[in-house]
Design a protein around this ligand. Sequence first.
Ligand SMILES: Cc1cc2nc3c(=O)[nH]c(=O)nc-3n(C[C@H](O)[C@H](O)[C@H](O)COP(=O)(O)O)c2cc1C
Length: 186
Amino acid sequence: MNFEEVVKKRASVRKYSDKLPDIKNLIKCIEIANLAPSPGNIALIKYIIIEDQEKIDEIAEACQQDFIRGSQILIVVCSEQKNAETAYESRGKKYTKQHAGAVIEHLLLEITNLGMASCWVGAYSDMILKRILEIPEDIDIEAILPIGYQSRLDKTMQRKKPVLENRIFFGTWKNKYRKPYTKISD
Ligand SMILES: Cc1cc2nc3c(=O)[nH]c(=O)nc-3n(C[C@H](O)[C@H](O)[C@H](O)COP(=O)(O)O)c2cc1C
């Protein structure tokens, strides 16, 4: 698949087949995620791979999202913002969140590129998840990605997206009209 095909194929899939994703493919996804831009090229993200079904069930419970049980492997994306705060003070938190988003999108695109499927899960009890996964207080959980192969019974395809009308401006906020380009002679 070329880049555009991957982007257009990615969709939140919540029903997975019994086929187990190869751990090597997950590591490949993380290597691709590591190519995402980060503030000052600082390492701010850590990944926990969960393969234990009992733990997956506990995580599904902490998210109150049953579909997660249907996945046999998860990646939990965590951030450690203190290094960004040391470098960028009050902007550190914002930069960490923005970087985490870029990392998660890279992960989702490579998961799709390798023929697998996932769904960005952002709703969960931080407190319960941190206890289950032994994550320290100063680490944030950014997302959980259940990973699998789309079930043949599931027909999810790319969803219709919000229209761009009234969201592209030229030069100033809300200006929808672009001035015709006029070349100034040399
Ligand atoms: C920050 C964020 C949090 C999300 N949290 C959840 C979630 O907890 N559970 C879920 O099923 N989907 C979650 N989603 C997936 C969105 O519902 C999904 O991306 C959206 O409906 C668009 O569908 P698409 O991903 O197929 O394009 C989340 C997405 C984002 C970006």
